[in-house]
Design a protein. Sequence first.
Length: 305
Amino acid sequence: MRRSQSKIRLLLVAVPLAFALTGALVGYVAAEADPLPPASVGSERLTQQTVEDCGACHPQSVEAFTGSLHAAAFEAGEFDLTCEGCHGEIPEGHPEEAVDAGLAQESCQGCHAQTQAEFTASPHEETGLDCMSCHYAHNNGLRLEDATAQCLNCHGQQLEGVLHTTHVETGQSCRTCHGWIPPDQLELMTTEKPYTGHDFVVGLDSCVDCHAEEGQAAETTVEELPEETVLAGQAAITRVEQLENAIERVAEQQENQTRLSVVGGAVAGLLLGGLGTWAALRFRNATHIMNDEDENPEGGDDHEA
């Protein structure tokens, strides 16, 4: 009797567990056999609201957008750079119902992850500033005429001391020191995540670049490069960052899909195994009852008589 009960307990555990493991294995195999399709970055957005549609009410924004690096990325169709790509889906009640302006700030880090990481570590982020505080995204430019004017808009009272006055008098801008970028990163396809100077830290390298014996006389500066070369380098860097982010998103989605398939298979197997075990035990008990009734049809009254 005890041995029979032990077998029943073992079945109650072993059968559902076996089904759960089988279901998890099936889910894993199914996930690996049917991976997510490669992400076509921006393709979905390109079929929705177009720049021309928005331009009917926002001509100045579209005019600024035209000819910019963001416009070039839009035409390439791989960077999700449409109006909706940055501002989110247009509400049905628009223009009475406004778009979410906060999404534009979040959209910047989708392509400019390295820049965002540097900016987050700077005092500017701690004071509540964001990308839009200095940049006008539609034309990729600064809100004021140049980098120095943009910086002095907040730091005008801090332009003192020999370091600041001397450099300004020689025609250097705030960006020359506080936004210094290694010269080799102006070339196409350099480091994996190139430094962009958005932590605004003045390091020794920025000083040496001008004041070493082999300083500016031997190096081509940003200002001396043809404009198209600088733009091409920035476009290449933008493309690398965007494709890296797209690959990371696809990998994360595939990993999540595999986990869901494994868990779903395990749960389904557990339920099937549990139901199967319960049904088998019910059938077994019913069979025992029928056998007992066959052996004692009248419950033992005749025997007592």
